[in-house]
Design a protein around this ligand. Structure first.
Ligand code: SME
Length: 150
């Protein structure tokens, strides 16, 4: 078990809940920023991703983490930032887990539908991310894991 296990358990519960409750969420992951890389701390979906680590300068995931901005891409095949994961993926949303200018990580969701994510997904996922950021900010073991790698 890595450092920050309670937060990892929370992240896992969030991924599993989102994957099970929202049919247009085809794969759900939570990446955390460890140094210059994103590392996959939790996920749920039909299959694992090969992208368990993503450099901050790669993919939609790297873009969202390095800019601190939400990415909502209606057609991944039209976006040059896209790093291909699942062949069935058509749209993707990446929402930073951030607080007071610091990006701790992000929720990354793939959908097999084109333009699957609307304003209600953005608002809801930003609220979920705000809670995760609050928990991460108050958890010394998470800070240690993000600072030191693992
Ligand atoms: N598509 C992502 C890579 C991660 S997989 O979707 C799980 C990206 O463009 O960063």
């Amino acid at each position: 078990a890595g450092r920050g296990q309670p937060f990892r358990d929370l992240a896992q519960a969030v991924c599993t809940h989102l994957y099970r409750e929202f049919p247009h969420y085809s794969w759900v992951g939570i990446y955390m920023v460890e140094g210059d890389r994103l590392k996959l701390w939790a996920w749920d979906g039909p299959q694992p991703t090969q992208h368990v680590e993503i450099p901050l300068n790669a993919g939609l995931c790297g873009w969202a983490a390095s800019t601190g901005q939400l990415a909502n891409v209606p057609d991944v095949r039209q976006d040059p930032r896209y790093l291909q994961c699942f062949l069935s993926c058509r749209s993707e949303i990446v929402v930073p887990i951030a607080r007071q200018g610091r990006v701790y990580g992000e929720i990354d969701i793939d959908s097999d539908r084109l333009a699957a994510f609307g304003p209600e997904d953005e608002d809801f996922l930003q609220a979920v991310c705000a809670v995760l950021a609050e928990v991460a900010a108050g958890d010394g073991a998470v800070q240690a894991a993000l600072a030191g790698g693992s």
